[in-house]
Design a binder for this molecule. Structure first.
Ligand code: FAD
Ligand code: NAI
Length: 463
């Protein structure tokens, strides 16, 4: 016999699980289909959480070996126990995924284990079982984009998933793609001792980020020992008896150079994942890039079928998927829900962190919007000086006429935490003067945000 639900969510990543929880909180009868043996999707199992656990552990390992003695902490040279570091990461995954299982139970959401196939609007098949439902939400996320001709074996030629599991520190790691994954996981293995070369097709790493920030960040990463081959493409990866040969050439064409590598990490983006979902049979439309097409209410072209998160257009970020999940659940339960796509922060969790929200200078120039810039370096911030974390700056872009904050870009230790202040300001349509007149605790790195706001139209105090 078929089961009847108000909502069946397919995929229990951040978008799917938040949608399920919010819908259940609002009184809907909800099931969530997940084929992985743990809830939490890419983010909790092979993405945000494990990568951050390794970034944290590798950063402490690196600091113990470099800056502890400056503070009068004498330790013998730290020794890496990689097995234990990976176990620490696995514990983080376990704790987080079990947390979602607990929340599902608490909110009486049924986790239907297995692969969900949309049989027809209102019908989801999972094995022999048919779930009948008023609404279906597709939250099936994304998968690694493949580099043509380069086969990922997750041992020596790895995606981010294999790069979270390497059994030993590679002597030479070649990273294909200077995006978020390449720089975060490149940082992990660099700190643990690998020589890291990043091959990026474009002329800059982190395309789309504020140019000035990228320039500063590239310099900092070079100081940390990263080698960059920009405007360069990988044409071949050959497995030899010992190691790999990576052929690269200028993106615009030219002479081939061969790089030696022990491990190659392919991190050239991710693509929407809808394999085996039955979209064709159900008549759900996708765009040229395979993403599910939705309208402003997250509805597909088929009544009763919705989609969100990485499998639709927009930034592939966990918090974007989460916001969409909550907004959609609210709408399905008859309430109001919306996502402000102009105020979605992005953070690169390296050291220092790179964090941004809103428009970059390049985007404002292109749109012909006149703006003022306020900048404040951490070299002039008391807490940063006390902690010796003076790399980077805060930059605020505000509309020339109205002073409304249009974008905030931070490069600095804990930038990922500080950016929340900017997001709140932008959500509340703050002007730079509003921020400048707020009292910030002293001494905090956050004071640089206030000082940058002061710098937009006037003068910062500490410069
Ligand atoms: P996903 O998390 O991909 O979840 C989709 C789920 O659907 C999966 O569990 C899958 O098994 C399941 N599924 C698919 N098809 C079916 C089916 N037919 N039946 C049943 N189940 C199915 N984002 C950030 O914001 N911050 C970060 O720090 C960050 N770090 C990242 C690090 C790495 C290494 C990677 C790879 C990604 C990172 N991301 C980060 C991106 C983030 O993980 C994604 O944006 C986010 O997980 C998308 O959520 P989602 O719910 O749309 O899909
Ligand atoms: P990305 O889109 O961030 O970066 C991919 C990079 O590869 C780009 O710079 C691109 O120009 C380059 N590239 C593309 N094809 C290439 C080629 N053939 N040769 C060389 N370079 C090439 O994608 P990435 O790093 O794989 O991450 C995937 C997604 O995961 C991102 O969209 C990101 O949002 C998300 N993510 C977010 C994190 C965070 O928020 N901290 C952390 C990790 C991932």
């Amino acid at each position: 016999m078929a089961d009847a639900f108000d909502l069946v969510v397919i995929g229990a990543g951040p978008g799917g699980y938040e949608c399920a929880i919010k819908a259940a909180q609002l009184g809907l009868k909800v099931a969530c289909v997940e084929k992985r043996d743990r809830l939490g999707g890419t983010c909790l199992n092979i993405g945000c959480i494990p990568s951050k656990a390794l970034l944290h552990a590798s950063e402490l390992f690196h600091e113990a070996g470099t800056s502890f003695s400056d503070m009068g902490i004498e330790v013998s040279k730290p020794k890496l126990n990689l097995k234990q570091m990976l176990a620490f990461k696995d514990e983080a995954i376990d704790g987080n995924t079990k947390g979602i299982e607990f929340l599902f139970k608490k909110n009486k959401i049924e986790w239907v284990k297995g692969e969900g196939v949309i049989d027809a609007p209102g019908k989801v098949k999972v094995g022999d079982r048919v779930l009948e439902t008023k609404n279906i939400v597709i939250a099936t996320g994304s998968d690694v984009a493949k580099l043509p001709g380069v086969e990922i074996d997750e041992k020596t030629v790895v995606s981010s998933t294999g790069a979270l599991e390497l059994g030993k520190v590679p002597g030479k790691l070649v990273v294909v793609g200077g995006g978020v994954i390449g720089l975060e996981l490149g940082s992990v293995w660099r700190r643990l001792g690998a020589e890291v070369t990043v091959v990026e097709f474009l002329d800059n790493i982190l395309p789309g980020m504020d140019g000035e920030v990228v320039k500063n960040f590239t310099r900092t990463l070079k100081k940390q020992g990263f080698t960059f081959k920009l405007g360069t493409k990988v044409t071949k990866v050959e497995k030899q008896k010992s190691g790999l040969k990576v052929s690269v050439e200028p993106a615009k064409g030219g002479d081939t150079e061969v790089l030696d590598a022990d491990v190659v990490l392919v991190a050239i983006g991710r693509v929407a994942y809808t394999e085996g979902l039955g979209l064709d049979k159900a008549g759900v439309a996708t765009d040229k890039r395979g993403r599910v097409e939705v309208d402003e209410n997250f509805k597909t072209n088929v009544d009763g079928i919705y989609a969100l998160g990485d499998c639709i257009a927009g930034p592939m970020l966990a918090h974007k998927a989460m916001e969409e999940g909550v907004a959609l659940a609210e709408r399905l339960a008859g309430h109001y829900g919306a996502v402000n796509y102009d105020a979605i922060p992005g953070v690169v969790y390296t050291s220092p962190e790179v964090a941004s929200v809103g428009k970059t200078e390049e985007q404002l120039k292109e749109a012909g919007i006149e703006y003022n810039v306020g900048k404040f370096p951490f070299t002039a911030n008391g807490r940063a000086k006390a902690n010796k974390t003076t790399d980077g700056f805060v930059k605020i872009l505000a509309d020339k006429k109205t002073d409304r904050v249009l974008g905030v870009h931070i490069i600095g230790v804990n930038g990922g935490e500080m950016i929340a202040e900017a997001v709140i300001a932008m959500e509340l349509s703050a002007s730079s003067e509003d921020i400048a007149r707020i009292c910030f605790a002293h001494p905090t790195m956050s004071e640089a945000v206030k000082e940058a706001a002061l710098a937009v139209t006037g003068l910062p105090i500490h410069m």
